[in-house]
Write a new protein. Structure first.
Length: 460
């Protein structure tokens, strides 16, 4: 075997898509997107070599050059709103209800459109330096330092008409590339004729401009909308119709922004054990710390009306000094400090009568935050108008939880079909995956409650 092994390569990626998209706000604007030419072109050159310094010690060096371009050409966003009469909205809800369900999917009915052309290009140089050492025939130690890169994005372009002034407001959602530097040290071992495999690793990852995607306000515009009372309900006139006025409202989008600096570090311990021919036990435990480490001065967007007891319009003002905050030190979303997972499988072999495969799994996750805002960390450094006790109603922290799952599966010897009974989330845990608030009331998405059933499948 040669002392030097190496690989050199070039790859090129081209993608072109045609997209039609449709957004319907039942009481307000409608938008129809036509992107006939959205393309991505990515080129990379890479090289990596491993040199055997001694029979047990190996060194690896790697390099990668990346060049990526994203572009929208000929894009059109068709729009209609209450202001131009294309969207009936509150003006005539009866007409709106009588329209066919697919009425606004026809681009020819829209009053106007705007161009949605955009382009972004990025290049980057990355490296990898590593060492691995064969401590014994069954155990290897390793460490490496490597950089990484994720291209930026051109995002989407939004043009929204101000209902009062007819002024066109343009919003763009480009975001910068993400850069990362990571160091890892660990060990991999096999015992008992490879029936037990163990892995352990410590890693430290430093991010610059981490890309963070979320729903939020990218700006604001005046819309002719229903006036609401303090409880958020429309105020009605003597005829039972909503009272309308020009109200400063947010332009909401799912978009990506950049976190100036953050780190993720942790320890991972993992095992895979086959104690006997028909049984297998696998599992892992992890410790992770993921935080914003650089100053991130931004506007507080998390339920600002309720927390600060301010008007809706004041909560949207990006220059409002009351809402300016620094998220440095906050935990990144959905990253529990400790996790654990254990699975056990056993297969019963009944010869000509087939097989029964049993599976049991338990997982546990420590408390975490569902958003990057970490409300409870800012009770002292921000002047919330509500009491600390009341923050429990809008708290974005998530309790620890354990989840139990199991299944029993039968297969004949031919394995041409199977029948399986299963149960998921047997402990019926309520797990929130995303949350926000509106006027002090929690909202969001939750995992499936306890559910169980049976299924049959066929292999062709």
């Amino acid at each position: 075997m040669t002392d030097l092994t190496w690989i050199v390569g070039v790859n090129y990626f081209h993608e072109k898509t045609t997209t039609l998209g449709y957004y319907d706000n039942p009481m307000d604007d409608k938008v129809f997107w036509d992107q006939p030419d959205r393309s991505t072109d990515a080129f990379a050159f890479f090289a990596q070599a491993t040199y055997k310094i001694t029979p047990k010690l190996h060194a690896t060096l790697g390099y990668r050059f990346s060049d990526e371009t994203k572009e929208d050409k000929g894009g059109r966003s068709y729009r209609c709103s209450n202001a131009d009469g294309c969207a009936p909205g509150w003006f005539n809800r009866t007409d709106l209800n009588n329209l066919p369900a697919d009425y606004f999917e026809d681009p020819t009915i829209y009053a106007s459109f705007f161009e949605n052309d955009n382009k972004g290009s990025w290049t980057h140089h990355d490296f990898r330096v590593g060492l691995d050492y064969d401590l014994s025939p069954d155990t290897m130690l390793y460490t490496y330092l490597a950089s990484g890169f994720k291209a930026g994005g051109i995002g989407d372009v939004f043009e929204v008409v101000n209902d009062r002034t007819s002024e066109v407001n343009r919003f763009e959602t480009q975001f910068d590339p993400e850069e990362v530097l990571t160091w890892e040290i660990g060990a991999k071992s096999s015992f008992f004729d490879n029936s037990l495999n163990l892995q352990a690793a410590f890693f430290y990852t430093d991010y610059t401009d981490m890309q963070y995607a979320s729903v939020g306000s990218i700006g604001n515009v005046e819309r002719l909308s229903a006036v609401e009372d303090n409880d958020g309900r429309p105020i009605l006139d003597g005829s039972g119709n909503p009272v309308l006025d020009y109200i400063n409202q947010p332009v909401i989008a799912y978009y990506t922004q950049n976190v100036p600096g953050s780190t993720i570090k942790g320890i991972e311990l993992e095992f895979d054990w086959k104690p006997y021919p028909n049984g297998r036990i696998t599992g892992y435990v992890t410790w992770t710390e993921a935080q914003v480490t650089d100053d991130w001065f931004t506007k507080w967007d998390y339920d600002a009306e309720y927390l600060f007891d301010i008007s809706y319009e004041d909560s949207l003002n990006p220059e409002n000094p009351l809402l300016q905050t620094n998220l440095k030190g906050n935990d990144l979303a959905m990253t529990p400090k400790f996790t654990a997972n254990l699975s056990y499988t056993h297969s019963f072999d009944f010869g000509e009568y087939g097989f029964i495969h049993s599976w049991f799994n338990v997982s546990w996750k420590d408390k975490s935050y569902s958003t990057v805002w970490n409300v409870d960390k800012h009770l002292d450094d921000m002047e919330f108008a509500i009491s600390d006790e009341a923050t429990r109603y809008i708290d974005d922290s998530r309790d620890s939880f354990a989840m139990f799952n199991a299944s029993l599966k039968y297969e004949p010897q031919s394995q041409k079909w199977f029948a399986e009974a299963f149960i998921s989330n047997a402990s019926d845990e309520t797990v929130q995956h995303w949350n926000s608030t509106s006027k002090g009331f929690a909202k969001g998405s939750f995992g499936m409650p306890r559910y169980y059933g049976a299924k049959v499948g066929f292999n062709f």
